[in-house]
Design a protein around this ligand. Sequence first.
Ligand code: FES
Length: 173
Amino acid sequence: MTEVFNISFRNEIMQEVNRILLQYPPDKKKSAVLPVLHLAQKEFDGWLSIETMKYVASLLDLKPIEVYEVATFYSMFNIEPVGKILIEVCHTGPCMICGSDKIISYIEKKLDVKVGQTTADNMFTLKTVECLGACGYAPMFQIGEQYYENLTEEKVDLILDALKSEKLKEIKH
Ligand code: FES
């Protein structure tokens, strides 16, 4: 029996999925799981619900558990809802030596959340991740596709305040 989903990709995203699938032999659709999960996460509010993972599985002829295994293996996928702005602070060795712990504590205090939590206004989620390959510019965090490096408390204030007001403007328009 074909499962019915409450979600589906918009046409333009589905075209992108089909373009990705063309890169693989028809019986190797599973190879497209990472790019399709990225599309799904972007499309469905920045996280992968169980239904989203089942939907992706159905598109790629996979079992839902196979998609779940991939989604839970990589830190770039969120399997819980996240705020509008996801802060991913690197806390691996080089960043830690350069003060990532202090930056994390500062953000926790500033936003009144702990790592893994989302602010009450649903604006920010704070997450820690392993090395993002910018060790020479530690401490650093990633927000969306942007890296912010050589962080200080003052820089964190400027970045987060600016992003929040940008987001609020977007929401109002
Ligand atoms: S240790 Fe933080 S970017 Fe490499």
